[in-house]
Design a protein around this ligand. Structure first.
Ligand SMILES: [Zn+2]
Length: 102
């Protein structure tokens, strides 16, 4: 299984990949129509919305979990994105959320 390097989404089918290209390191949600990777702020907001739809409408927790998730992805290492600085979910909170998302 491959995982998106920006958001960690598992990519199993060609449709899961950016532009349907299975050699891409990114998922369809993290790339613009022209193939460029979205900004950290855009991907962060997408993660927050996903969390709020699937787990809980607690926006503060959504931001903390999304920040922790993105900071674990290789694409963001060393980029010092302002949106990724700040409070993160604890390992316990993160594990709890992963359980809920199945
Ligand atoms: Zn992605």
């Amino acid at each position: 299984m491959n995982y998106c390097e920006a958001c960690g989404m598992p990519m199993s089918k060609p449709e899961d990949y950016a532009q349907g290209d299975t050699s891409s390191q990114f998922c369809l949600y993290c790339v613009n129509a022209d193939g460029s990777v979205k900004t950290a702020a855009e991907i962060f907001e997408g993660g927050v919305n996903f969390f709020m739809q699937h787990v809980s409408d607690d926006r503060t927790m959504a931001e903390k979990v999304t920040r922790k998730n993105m900071n674990q992805q290789s694409y963001w290492q060393g980029k010092n994105e302002p949106i990724l600085q700040g409070e993160e979910a604890t390992d316990e909170e993160f594990a709890e959320v992963m359980k809920k998302m199945g």
